[in-house]
Design a protein around this ligand. Structure first.
Ligand code: URP
Ligand code: ZN
Ligand code: ZN
Length: 469
């Protein structure tokens, strides 16, 4: 047994002073600190953990990560299941959801089996998988339906990447119809990849090959258009829809309208879209620009995207902050030094999500409870982990972070735990840090020391999302 004493428990719907009793892997009780029960606490066979002056929050749920993802023959994302889940834990995240990817020509069950084998025994925290669907046909539709029973209850589709993951509107509609029947969640990479490819070829033909052209050839209008189309297709199919890595005001307007109409449409954004910009970060010469290539791209600061995203977080038009963590070291990013199109897409964020979002609490952009809701409670609920993760309540898994709101620290490659040889967050000063992190009743991080072990993390078979079905 463990008893966390003296802290302020912050759930999405309530904040209060409670002592948190952990029995085995579960939260057993929240106890009023003045309760007479605690008079006999010395006689309990119980480890007491002092959390005075700290927040006691549900472990973070990062519902969008790509660990050891092969992007091409030459580039695999640099965090493994071992290093990436440890880095997540350092930052207060206790659950990650990665992807099993069905590439063209491959079978869904094989994709799942091999991804599960890669993760098995490696993870420091609990993990689950979405299915990335890259090849929609009669057999794969049968296989996708079966994945729901094996606890994979969300399918990612791509309107982008015509050479790789792209599905056309008819294929998308078929998978959405299947999601409508089963209650699974559709996740959408909403960028118009066909139009983007035209712009990329035109830019290249004019010798526009620097990193900023990655952004200029993926304009926000083409994210807005794809988001609109995805929503209409989901409405026709009657499927719940979750727009991943939403980066622009254009896409947000579409999501807001759909939600105002009462649709089952949700969206996540990521810290990079809240803090980094096209001008300051992507539009840099050489490796500095290449390090910031991700899709959708960082947006121009002049266009008011970031302020709108913060507003969307407040108004619940954006329901989740995930990372889309997909890091590459300089050697891989440099593959695109002659031509931005050869740079693997993705940034390293997994360790800093909770801290970066907490800055929004300090600046008044979001409340403390909203921070917990965006980073833990809602991703758990939308991806079938409700009641188990993302909440400090009796019966939930004892995934708990003791967060010191006063600690000031500076983000950067010399101190981070992600397997990346630079940081897109270099020199950013933040206040607030996860001090101790407990996963299913066991410390992973204790007083800023890693004590967790690879293999502690278990695969989470997920239920259907709530409140959908
Ligand atoms: O640049 C990105 N986002 N890389 C990861 C793959 C994806 O589309 O989510
Ligand atoms: Zn994507
Ligand atoms: Zn992604």
């Amino acid at each position: 047994m463990k008893l966390i004493r003296g802290g302020t428990v912050v759930n999405a719907n309530h904040t209060g002073r409670y002592e948190v009793l952990i029995v085995g892997e579960k939260i057993a009780a929240l106890i009023d600190p003045h309760s007479e029960m605690l008079d006999s606490v010395e006689s309990w066979d119980c480890e007491v953990i002092n959390a005075s002056g700290k927040y006691v929050i549900p472990g973070g749920v990062d519902s969008h990560v790509h660990l050891q993802l092969p992007m091409s023959d030459q580039a695999t994302s640099s965090d493994t299941f071992e290093s990436g889940t440890q880095a997540a834990a350092w930052g207060g995240t206790t659950t990650v959801i990665d992807f099993a990817g069905q590439i063209k020509g491959s079978a869904v069950p094989d994709a799942i089996e091999s991804r599960l084998a890669e993760a098995e025994g490696q993870c420091a925290i609990d993990y689950s998988l979405h299915l990335s669907v890259g090849d929609v046909h009669t057999q794969s539709l049968i296989d996708i339906r079966n994945t729901v029973d094996s606890g994979i209850t969300s399918f990612k589709l791509f309107m982008a990447y015509p050479d790789a993951w792209y599905s056309d509107d008819g294929q998308i509609l078929k998978v959405m119809q299947l999601a409508s029947e089963t209650g699974a969640m559709i996740m959408m990479h909403a960028e118009n990849g066909i139009a983007i490819d035209v712009l990329r070829e035109q830019a290249a033909a004019q010798g526009k090959l620097g990193s900023v052209w990655h952004g200029r050839t993926r304009p926000p209008e083409l994210e807005g258009e794809a988001t609109h189309r995805a929503i209409q297709l989901a409405v026709v199919a009657g499927a719940p829809l979750y727009i991943v890595h939403l980066s622009s005001l254009n896409a947000l307007k579409e999501v807001s309208r759909a939600r105002d109409e009462g649709r089952n449409v949700f969206a996540e954004t990521c810290p990079q879209y809240l803090y980094l910009t096209l001008e300051e970060h992507l539009d840099q010469p050489g490796i500095d620009g290449l390090r910031h290539i991700c899709s959708p791209p960082l947006r121009p600061s002049a266009e008011n995207h970031q302020d709108s995203l913060w507003m969307g977080l407040r108004t619940d038009d954006l329901s989740v902050v995930a990372t889309d963590h997909c890091p590459f070291c300089d050697a891989e990013k440099l593959l695109g030094v002659e031509d931005f199109r050869d740079t693997p897409n993705g940034l390293g964020v997994i360790e800093h999500r909770m801290d970066l979002l907490y800055q929004g609490v300090l600046t008044g952009e979001i409340t403390l409870q909203r921070w917990v809701e965006l980073c833990s409670t809602t991703p758990a609920r939308l991806f079938g982990l409700q009641g188990r993760k993302g909440i400090i309540a009796p019966g939930a898994d004892a995934d708990i972070v003791i967060f010191n709101p006063e600690t000031e620290h500076v983000l950067g490659a010399s101190t981070h735990h992600m397997s990346i040889d630079y940081s897109v967050w270099e020199s950013i000063k933040v206040q607030g840090q996860s001090e101790s992190v407990i996963s299913r009743g066991s410390f992973v991080i204790r007083d800023r020391n890693l004590v967790g072990k690879p293999g502690h993390g278990e695969f989470l078979k997920r239920s259907l999302p709530e409140p959908l079905r």
